[in-house]
Structure formats: C-alpha cells, structure tokens
Write a protein that binds this ligand. Structure first.
Ligand code: PEP
Ligand code: MG
Length: 586
C-alpha cells in the first residue's frame, strides 16, 4: 500500500484539546449551487406556496432540533430559537416573497439573494455578536434551500461510530446535536473563534479547529487525522512519529486540564498571598451554571442586551426582573454585575431604532440611547433594583464618555427607586454603582468620574477600538488590535492609579482579562477583579497562582518603557513564556 503523505493544516484554535481519529465528512455544501430561473407569471403563486411549504418544513425541523437537544446543551437551544425567529422576520420572509414576485424568479434564488444581502449588512457590523448573526442567516438560508431542493437534512445523531466531524461549515443547530460519546472533535472550513459553533465546542470540551478554508476538500472520509485545538493544527495522514508525539501531548494536556479544573474551585491567590476575584461574563441566565462550575467568584459582566435582541418588541419590566432575579438568586451571596443596555451602534435591535446612522459605533449607542429613551431605560432600572432585593447586585453603566452621562444615569436610577418606593414594591436602593471605562475620554476624566462611582470596569474590547481607531470587527486592521499596545497599557496604568488614589475598586471585563499571558500585567496594575467567559477561568486562575505581585509590578514597570506591542509581547514571552506555554498548550 502507498504511504500517504502527511499534511499539516493551520486554522483557528477555537476549542483546546487533542484528539486522533477517523474523519467523518459531512456534505452540506450542495446548497451553495443554486440555479436562477424565471417563473412565468401564472406560476408565481405556486412558487410562493413552494417557498411557504419549505419554511413550514424548516420550522418543524428546528422545533424537533430544540426538543432533541441533549440536556448538557440546553442552554444553547436559544440559538435554534433565534433561527426560528428569523423565519418570521419581515426582512427575510416578506422580502423573499416580494423578490420572487417582482423579479419573477425561483424561490431558491430569491432566498439566496435576500439572505446574502442581509448577511452582508451583518458582516459589516463590527460587534462580534451581530457579526455571528450573519452566520445564523447563512445557516437558516441553507436549511430553507435544502428543503426547497428536497434534499435530506443533515442528521449527525445518526452517526454510529466514534469520529471527528469534518465539514465545510457546521451550524450551531447541527453542532448542538453532537453526542459526546460519538464525536471526538470538529474541523470546519468556515467559522471563527466567537462563532456559536466555537462556543458550543468549548462548552462540550471537544477539540475544535475552525476557519481552515479548504479542509473539507483535502480530508477524505475515513482519513486518519489529528486535531490539536490548542494550537489550531490539523494533521492528515500522520506518520508514526507524529502520532507518538501528539499522543504524549494529548496525555499531558488531559492531565493538565484535569488538574486546573480540579483546582478551579480554589481561590486565585498569588504566591505572595494576594487574592484576585475571578468573575464570569454572561449573556444569558443559563450561563450562570457554567460560572459556578468553573469556580467563579461572581458575575463581573451580565450583558443584558441579549435579552433585547432576536425578538420583535422590548421586554417588559417583569420579564427582565424574572431573568435578573434568577441569576441573582443562584449566585447569592456572590455579586452579580448587571450592565445596563448596550444596544445600538453595533448591536442594533430590529425595533426601537428610528435613526439611520452612518457611523453607528460612534452613534446613539448604550448609555446615550438609554438617556434619550428614558422610558425604556427606567423599565430596566426598576427591574434591576427589584432583583437587587434577592442577592448581591451591582449596576454598571456602559460607554460613559461624558461626566453628565454618569450624573444623569444616577439621577434616573434614583427616580426609578423613588417610583418603586411609592408603589410599595420590594426592592433595594443601596447597590454599588460602576461605570465601564471603554472610551478614551473616560480615561482622561477618570479622576473626576471616580467621585461618582463605586467601581470602574475596564472594557478593553471597546477601549482598544476607540483609542487606537481600529474597528474591532474589521479583519484588515486586526493586526493592529492588541491589548499590549503601549498606548493601552499607559491608559490602564492611569486608570488603575486613579482608582487606587480615589479608593474605588478597579475591575476588567474585556477579553484582555481572559488570556493567561496578560495576567502578570494585570496583577502589576493591581486589578481587584477579572471577568471572563467561564471556560477561561481555570487557566487564568492557575496563572495567578504561579505569580507574585511584587515581580508583576517590576515587570509592568519595564513593560511600560517599551515602544511597541511586539516589544511588550517579547518581554512577556522571555519572562513568562514557559509558564504560559505550559498553561495553555499553545
Ligand atoms: C468591552 O468593550 O470590553 C466589553 C466588555 O463590552 P462589550 O464587549 O460587550 O462591548
Ligand atoms: Mg464594550
């Protein structure tokens, strides 16, 4: 037999871990080849009925998917629910019918045309969540087209051997059907780190490498492959030596993972005895379980806007209260930091947005929107104050760029409390108030702003975007997007100094906090709390335990003398490289 040549493919390291096994190729590309043809006027009605039938079938499929979602992944069923909402969306449903009629074209083509227009709109939005909606639209479109073509739906639950899934793309709906005893790993051509498919793979703890571009063309069914989700590598037809090397890597990764997960419930205490609070970032109440399971000390960022997206109307006070209360009660007595609405700009909702902004990221976003739409804001403030009676709640105002905004936000919070008081409602007025530091003007004004709040929470995702003038979702300038940029480090230094001088607490909830390599800097800065996705907690905690504050301070001092992000990164690598490569298996 011919010796097959070993091939190494590089993609995005989306979910860590290593697995070795046979490839199972999923062919879901057929829907990409759709033909356009003209429908005679007299047949248009029939064509539209064909489209409606396909929608009905798609809805039934999705309903079944939700019903059959394994218990461990129930918290992700909302993704499929949001796909069902899309089927009803006017921008999609009505527009497809209208396009069919107006242009007298077949339904498949109309679906393709309308959804690719919508996808382009979402792809141009910088927010990673809304960016991911473009992917959702693509998946829904594929499903409708598959039903129009009469093709069989993909059913990965039918796989009856232990394999590694290889696909051009895998929708979250499909990924959420994965049974752990069958599927060892995931490899796809499309998809990014923040895609829902990636998030699910991390929740399941299976190695995944996405964004490989052409893996599904290179890998054939039953090929032996190695997936290294920690380095973003896939090896096809591995040689004996490679297999041995990866087997060892797999063993040490599993040992390491078991170790840090076991220790995740212990405190994040530095070698010189300083405790750091490690908190969870959540978008939905269901994620609280994962925060607790990973040993989180509380919720550092509850992104409440997700309850406003994917729905036709604003939620009412009781709906909001129910969700907040659930989180607060489960976490009590640990703190829950509820961030008020951060919609619009790049997280636009389909409703309640009457302006047409050319530059939405610099527009009526977050606190600016809430101060303008005070009725919407007050409903949320009342719900937060009511939930506060059930545990330990802090409120966090996003995107403060002017002193007046924090004053106005606090006044409205007071008014909300007064109205609850008058009604004799159960609530707590006495909660800690914080503001996000994510706009450069807030950094510059931090000393004055600090007089008004109990804590600052640094949102590096936006702070980098606004300070370095880099659209956070634009891949062409992504090479400049780096938390280690000296300008960012100096801003962080300034804000932490101010917080210490003013005696207020200083937290970080941007992505910078979730990468173990950044921890020496964050410790040197004297952060009180770091907030991150639950899956990042064990590695960050383990890193904290390997460091001490005094060394970190000295390290920071030296890092602050550097001129470029690269120099800072090199210094980190020289000083802490061993520690980090051990910790993350990069
Ligand atoms: C940030 O900007 O760093 C942040 C945490 O907020 P979001 O990612 O929700 O904009
Ligand atoms: Mg932000």
């Amino acid at each position: 037999m011919d010796q097959l040549t070993e091939i190494t493919l590089k993609g995005l390291k989306v979910s860590p871990g290593i697995c070795v096994g046979k490839a199972y190729l999923i062919d879901n590309e057929g829907v990409d080849v759709v033909e356009k043809y003209i429908i005679p006027v007299q047949d248009l009605q029939h064509e539209i009925q064909r489209f409606k039938n396909a929608i009905k079938k798609t809805r039934e499929e999705l309903r079944l998917l939700i019903k059959n979602t394994p218990e461990a992944l129930k918290q992700h069923a909302y993704i499929v629910e949001s796909h069902m909402m899309l089927l009803r969306d006017k921008n999609l449903y009505d527009k497809i019918i209208e396009t069919c009629k107006k242009e007298q074209i077949n339904a498949e083509w109309a679906v393709k045309k309308v959804t690719s227009n919508l996808t382009t709109i979402f792809q141009n939005i910088t927010d990673p969540y809304l960016n991911a909606r473009a992917v959702d639209i693509g998946h829904v479109s594929d499903r409708i087209i598959r039903n129009l073509l009469g093709a069989k739906p993909l059913d990965i639950t039918k796989i009856n051997k232990r394999v590694i899934l290889v696909a051009h793309d895998l929708s979250p709906a499909e990924t959420s059907q994965i049974q752990l005893e069958k599927i060892m790993g995931l490899v796809t051509d499309r998809g990014g780190k923040t895609s829902h498919t990636g998030i699910i793979a991390r929740t399941l703890g299976i190695p995944a490498v996405l964004g490989l571009e052409n893996a599904s063309k290179i890998i054939k069914n039953d090929d032996l492959i190695i997936v290294d989700g920690s380095s973003g590598t896939v090896i096809v037809h591995p040689e004996e030596e490679t297999l041995i090397r990866f087997h060892e890597r797999q063993e040490s990764f599993e040992k390491y993972q078991a170790g840090i997960t076991r220790e995740s419930h212990q405190k994040a205490q530095t070698m010189d005895g300083i405790d750091l609070q490690i908190m969870g970032n959540i978008e939905l109440p269901e994620e609280v379980v994962s925060v607790l399971a990973h040993g989180g000390d509380g919720i550092g960022l509850y992104r409440t806007e997700f309850q406003y997206l994917s729905r036709p109307f604003f939620p009412n006070e009781n709906e909001l209260f129910d969700k907040y209360q659930e989180v607060v009660e489960v976490m009590a007595p640990k703190p829950v930091t509820i961030r008020t609405l951060d919609i619009n700009g790049d997280k636009a909702v389909a409703f309640g947005n009457d302006s047409n902004e050319t530059n939405p990221v610099l527009g009526l976003r977050a606190i600016r929107y809430c101060l303008k739409k005070q009725d919407v804001f007050k409903i949320q403030l009342r719900a937060i104050l009511r939930a506060a009676a059930f545990g330990n709640v802090r409120i966090l105002f996003p995107m403060i760029s002017n002193y007046d905004e924090i004053i106005d936000a606090k006044r409205l919070l007071d008014e909300a409390a007064d109205s609850l008081d008058k009604e004799g409602a159960i609530f707590t007025r006495d909660i800690e108030i914080g503001m996000m530091i994510e706009v450069p003007s807030a950094v510059v004004m931090a000393d004055i702003m600090a007089n008004e709040v109990d804590f600052f929470s640094i949102g590096t995702n936006d702070l980098i975007q606004y300070s370095l003038a880099i659209d956070r979702g634009n891949k062409d300038v992504a090479y400049l997007y780096n938390p280690l940029n000296p300008a960012i480090l100096r801003m962080l230094k300034h804000v932490t100094n101010v917080a210490r001088d003013k005696g207020i607490k200083i937290f970080m909830c941007g992505e910078m906090a979730s990468d173990p390599i950044n921890i020496p800097i964050l410790l040197g800065l004297g952060m009180d709390e770091l907030s991150m996705s639950p899956q990042s907690m064990p590695a960050v905690k383990s890193m904290v335990r390997a460091l001490n504050i005094e060394d970190s301070k000295l390290f920071l001092k030296e890092a602050l003398t550097k001129a470029t992000a690269l120099e800072v990164a090199q210094l980190l690598e020289e000083t802490y490289g061993n520690l980090v490569s051990d910790k993350t298996y990069k």
